[in-house]
Design a protein around this ligand. Structure first.
Ligand code: AMP
Length: 197
């Protein structure tokens, strides 16, 4: 597994793309924490904390939690010591406003992102995978809503990161090991990364 010092990463992709699985694998290989905002929120709901009570119904409907609340959560998490040398963000940012917040957080720490790994797969594969996974918020209606919101709010971030020269396209319609190998190739610099203009 490449380390190469490239350890500030965002995993971007639709629900079911497999980015969570890859984040966990990468975290182990790179020795940096995988920070899944979805997991953090699910934990808060399970604990019944104030945050959990605030986000429960939004999550159950497949909608996005508000940008300000997310900003607070991510700012606090990235300030923890284990994220000082790097992190893998899985599920954040998801909106243009969240991109701005993340830029501000990183700038304040005089660090920057190394890569935005965009894991994508065809829509029918995504629905099939998410249905097979069946989390509490994974009814078919909710899945479709999550995919709709992804297209509307999150998909535009792909081109925004591409224009900044940060985006790396990772085909997600392969086995877990193949996706991991594609990511590894990017991180070790074996893959020509996207042109900036
Ligand atoms: P995930 O496990 O990443 O699919 O997230 C599960 C749910 O948590 C989402 O459907 C949202 O309701 C909420 N969530 C996770 N990350 C974010 C985020 N960055 N912005 C807004 N809501 C989020």
């Amino acid at each position: 597994m490449a380390d190469g010092g490239s350890a500030r990463l965002v995993l971007l992709g639709p629900p079911g793309s497999g980015k969570g699985t890859q984040a966990a694998l990468l975290s182990e290989g790179l020795g940096v924490p995988a920070i899944s905002t979805g997991d953090m929120l699910r934990e808060a709901v399970a604990e019944g904390s104030e945050l959990g009570r605030r986000v429960e119904s939004v999550m159950a409907a497949g909608e996005l939690v508000g940008d300000e609340l997310m900003a607070e959560l991510v700012r606090e998490r990235l300030a923890k010591e284990d994220a000082a040398e790097g992190f893998l963000l899985d599920g954040y940012p998801r909106t243009a406003s969240q991109v701005k917040t993340l830029d501000e957080i990183l700038e304040a720490g005089s660090v920057s992102l190394d890569h935005v790994l965009f894991v994508d797969a065809p829509a029918d594969v995504l629905v099939e995978r998410v249905l097979a996974r069946r989390r509490a918020d994974d009814t078919e209606k909710v899945i479709r809503e999550r995919l709709r919101i992804y297209s509307e709010k999150t998909q535009p971030l792909v081109e925004s990161y591409r224009s900044r020269g940060l985006l790396r396209d990772i085909p997600g319609n392969q086995t877990i090991a193949e996706v991991a190998a594609s990511i590894d190739a990017v991180l070790s610099g074996q893959t020509q990364v996207g042109a900036t203009s």
